[in-house]
Design a protein around this ligand. Structure first.
Ligand SMILES: Cc1cc2nc3c(=O)[nH]c(=O)nc-3n(C[C@H](O)[C@H](O)[C@H](O)COP(=O)(O)O)c2cc1C
Length: 301
């Protein structure tokens, strides 16, 4: 059995499309559902529409994938319509990702997005690619707790908080969001990075700095999820570099209950969900497991 029930929501399998990978278009959601996705996270939604950064905003550098998209999105009003439409055409649980510039905006976003009845709200307090106007609330325990509090106070929908690996110690931050009432944690967002074009003698991304994702960050994601699992008692959506069924099993063993898949969709297309699910089932059969619950956290002594 690779299905699971988390926050009383049924997931056919543990693979969730990570935020920012395919926007919030309902028609994509149908395609994802046909391709065995277990859950769908929207691109992060802000109050006002955002154009994002100018190109180049992403590239693949063999070891990983760099992006500084700049959180482009259609804004809350259009996103509410899109999620309502998506809820009519897919049965797959939908996770609405929100991000604001201050505590009040997060509260307003939580209240407004609840109208669209997503299954889960994910508060993104961890994007490394936006300067000035957005504070990295995930960088310290107090800010992370303040956002958790305000989002929880403005919705009855389960809330997960998405954390950043760009901190010295993720454990106190995870603890503080749990204490502030978070129902779950998503980890990790991208790692802050930069590349320089040696011919042009300038940064490749217009934003200069970007976020590293994909295979190269998998060990970092495993370590963070392992530490969070040791620290809290709420479910974790383990995200970062998952590409194969064996990666998925490793992430479950580190302590994740659901698994975010992002960059692998760029490399392999939406068929990657079917591939990883089949590989998970094959590994379970070969190793005598009948339920993924039995695998969660087994790497902990
Ligand atoms: C192009 C791109 C855009 C992203 N946009 C968002 C976003 O809007 N909100 C968010 O929380 N994470 C965003 N992320 C981070 C992913 O959701 C995920 O946490 C990260 O990429 C690690 O997973 P992966 O290695 O499977 O891609 C983005 C990642 C990429 C590659």
């Amino acid at each position: 059995m690779i299905n699971s029930k988390i926050f009383d929501i049924n997931f056919n399998n543990p693979l969730v499309l990570a935020s920012g990978i395919l926007g919030v278009h309902a028609e994509y959601f149908k395609t994802l559902e046909k391709n065995n996705v277990g859950g769908i996270t929207t691109k992060s939604i802000s109050l006002d529409p955002r154009k994002g950064h100018k190109n180049p905003i992403m590239f693949n550098d063999n070891h990983g994938f760099m992006n500084a998209v700049g959180l482009s999105n259609a804004g809350i009003d259009k996103s509410i319509e899109m999620i309502k439409h998506a809820k009519q055409i897919v049965k797959t649980p939908i996770i609405a990702s929100i991000f604001g510039g201050n505590v009040e905006e997060f509260g307003e976003l939580a209240k407004l997005i609840s109208e669209a009845k997503p299954d889960i709200i994910e508060a993104n307090i961890s994007c490394p690619n936006v300067k000035k106007e957005f504070k990295l609330f995930g960088a310290n325990a107090e800010d992370a707790a303040a956002i958790t509090n305000v989002v929880k106070n403005n919705t009855k929908i389960p809330v997960v908080i998405k954390l950043t690996p760009n901190v010295t110690d993720i454990k106190p931050i995870a603890k503080s969001v749990e204490q502030a009432g978070a129902d779950g944690i998503t980890a990790i967002n991208t790692l802050a990075g930069m590349r320089i074009d040696i011919n042009a003698k300038m940064p490749i991304l217009t934003n200069k700095f970007g976020g590293l994702s994909g295979k190269g960050i998998f060990p970092v994601a495993i370590k963070n999820v392992y530490e969070i699992y040791k620290t809290v008692n709420i479910p974790i959506i383990g995200t970062g570099g998952i590409t194969t069924g064996k990666d998925a099993i490793e992430m479950l063993m580190a302590g994740a209950s659901l698994l975010g898949v992002g960059t692998a969709v760029y490399y392999e297309g939406v068929k990657v969900f079917t591939k990883i699910n089949l590989e998970i089932e094959e590994w379970m059969t070969n190793n005598g497991y009948s339920n993924i619950k039995e695998i969660i956290g087994v790497a902990h002594e």
